[in-house]
Ligand binder design. Sequence first.
Ligand code: LLP
Length: 423
Amino acid sequence: MSSGSGSAAFARRDGALCCEDVSLVEIAQRFGTPTYVYSRRAIERAYEAYANAITGRPALICYAMKANSNLAILNLLARQGSGFDIVSGGELARVLAAGGDPHRTVFSGVGKSEAEIEQALRADILCFNLESVPELQMIERVAARLGRRARVSVRVNPDVDPSTHPYISTGLKGNKFGVAYADTLPLYRRAAQMAHIEVVGIDCHIGSQITAIAPYVDAADRVLDLVDALGREGIHLLHIDFGGGLGIRYRDETPPDPATLIAAVLARVDARGHGRKTVMFEPGRSIVGNAGALLTRVNIVKHGEQKNFAIVDAAMNDLLRPALYGAWMDVQPVAQRTATPITVDVVGPVCESGDWLARERELAVEAGDLLAVLGAGAYGMAMASNYNSRPRAAEVLVDGSSMHCVRQRETVEELFAREAVLP
Ligand code: LLP
């Protein structure tokens, strides 16, 4: 059985689903459920797929940690030399706590606060990916106050359709992201005049879960046109950041591998004479997505009037992607059963009908069975909440035949520890 693109982090051994050399049955016994399980090897291989495609030239991979910001995962990537793409002061604090390098960290996002800008300047991050004139002014103001120069890159909205879910398209004219293409040059001119701003790069991001190369190449061409135009004005950039977004296989998607994507983009970069500039990518999902699964136990099998339900102990608060995007995620029984499969919806205990993890699957399930939702390493735990006062899941990182709890399950007391009643 394949876990999708990349190395097979999850595979069956004697019928039982394992992560690397550890059976998911054992993980459930030791840590309970719901639990996120990650494969160290799969994360490292996924990173290497990018890093190996850019060796021998100035380049930097900045892992988009919004996909999964567990410190253990950040630390593994930092050890491999990865940089980070952050979108908040909280994420910067995680980079530092995990031993990541702030000089390899870029700060994206449309709504950076003054406090976050100050925090990032003090940490001396590689650059701010700036998204608007007011943001430029804010960065100049904070940098002046601190007596520093802020390195900036402008996030261009290339107006390219990535053909992905509307919630995760980011490079279209109607999206809140980036600087409109036509406004980019004036913004650079303005930035280049500012005393506390140093213009260092350009970047773009067109969307997520992109399974074709063409939109990237189109975006790259649009960005390179701007690099040329800036050069003609004497504004010379040090780096070009092509963003993230490469998709993974959840079901039957056939995304290109990172090497193919990078080769296509680099061919454009080189053809246009920019081979000495640092090229950057900000992958998130494709680094961790197929390296993780959500392990859950079936509490009840309910035969409803129209449908059968496998009611499991994980819910939309643990894994929001199906409820929010209608995402299809693969659900596998941990132990293979011989019983006849029935058509079931896999749902959680949360009190709303949007609480489902999978619909109309053929599964031989009984109460007490373990199920694994595959492809859950990205935007799984990272988007988890405490809805219905549900403590968030534990996280376990598997390394060969050993397993490490990298985040303990929350306790209910922790959920309301900061609340108070009126005197
Ligand atoms: N860089 C920027 C500026 C981004 O906004 C994103 C993702 C990335 C990099 C990483 O993109 P990736 O390689 O992961 O596709 N929660 C959604 C995905 C939201 C993506 C937002 N931006 C989901 O579960 O599908």
